[in-house]
Unconditional design. Structure first.
Length: 284
């Protein structure tokens, strides 16, 4: 008997997309996008410990996304309720105007939602995941369920590729790189290495050696996958050649990840959340 498959299920475009490991790159891209909204990044800077707990914050965000995508309906709704409770208690001050604003302001929630789902979708497509125009629109429409979890009215959220493009175009005059945004981008590009990451030799390797350069390549690819107008806000080139190089890098990374997964034991090829979802769907 099939159990609760959650908000989306095995026939959804959401499950098709989020089974792709390359979406970790999309998550990084979304953070660079989100940092270009002065109020959104100020809210993070003033209410989180990302400077001292960057990796913990990223893991908690990753866990939340996995729960929304692959968790049961009850698990997804509980995660959304918990996030809404946290946001309802938080506020921040606009560094440009001195105006106080709530973290659960719908305009901010909408920006974060759109930047995230558009980044997942764009990264997957640039990495070689084949999607039709109808599937692209279906993904955005399916993600209205995730938008509702954070407290947004779904009718106010872009639900097709054309609506997302129009949303970005309308919002661009409000976007830009502030001091908070620049500091966040620096942390994303050159993150601190936790002491818990193994031996001193390993930490030195991550700090100075090939792993650090590999991460810089990942961050550079995420930046390269941004729209040209967003790259220019970071002072990076908006050239078409940058788009081409970033696309080739994303495709290469997807191929590399597929090769690594192919030689791993079956239990390591699918995330625990996805495995549990497949089991509830009777597909494990």
């Amino acid at each position: 008997m099939t159990g609760d498959v959650g908000l989306f299920g095995p026939g959804s475009i959401t499950w098709k997309l989020h089974r792709e490991p390359i979406l970790m790159l999309g998550g990084l891209r979304s953070l660079y996008m989100q940092a270009l909204h002065p109020r959104a990044v100020a809210a993070v800077a003033q209410n989180s410990a990302y400077r001292s707990d960057m990796w913990g914050r990223l893991m908690r965000t990753s866990d939340y996304v996995a729960t929304v995508i692959f968790g049961s309906t009850a698990e997804a709704e509980e995660a959304g309720a918990r996030l809404r409770r946290i946001h309802s208690r938080l506020g921040a001050t606009d560094p440009r105007t001195g105006e106080f604003f709530r973290v659960d302001d719908p305009d901010l929630l909408r920006w974060v939602h759109v930047a995230e789902v558009e980044s997942f979708l764009t990264t997957a497509r640039r990495a070689g995941v084949s999607l039709t125009a109808d599937e692209i629109d279906a993904y955005y429409t399916e993600q209205l369920r995730a938008a509702a979890l954070v407290g947004l009215d779904p009718v106010t959220v872009p639900a097709t590729a054309a609506e997302v493009e129009a949303f970005y175009a309308a919002l661009r005059p409000e976007l830009g790189l502030t001091r908070d945004g620049a500091e966040a981008a620096f942390f994303l590009t050159l993150p601190p290495i936790p002491d818990t990451w193994g031996s001193r030799a390993l930490r030195l390797g991550l700090t100075l050696g090939p792993p650090r350069w590999a991460y810089l390549g990942l961050a550079g690819t995420a930046l390269g996958l941004l729209p040209s107008w967003a790259r220019k806000m970071y002072g990076a080139p908006g050239w078409p050649t940058t788009d081409l190089a970033a696309g080739l890098s994303a495709r290469g990374l997807r191929t590399l990840l597929a090769g690594i997964l192919a030689v791993l034991p079956a239990g390591y090829r699918v995330s625990p959340a996805h495995q549990a979802a497949l089991a509830r769907a009777g597909l494990a």
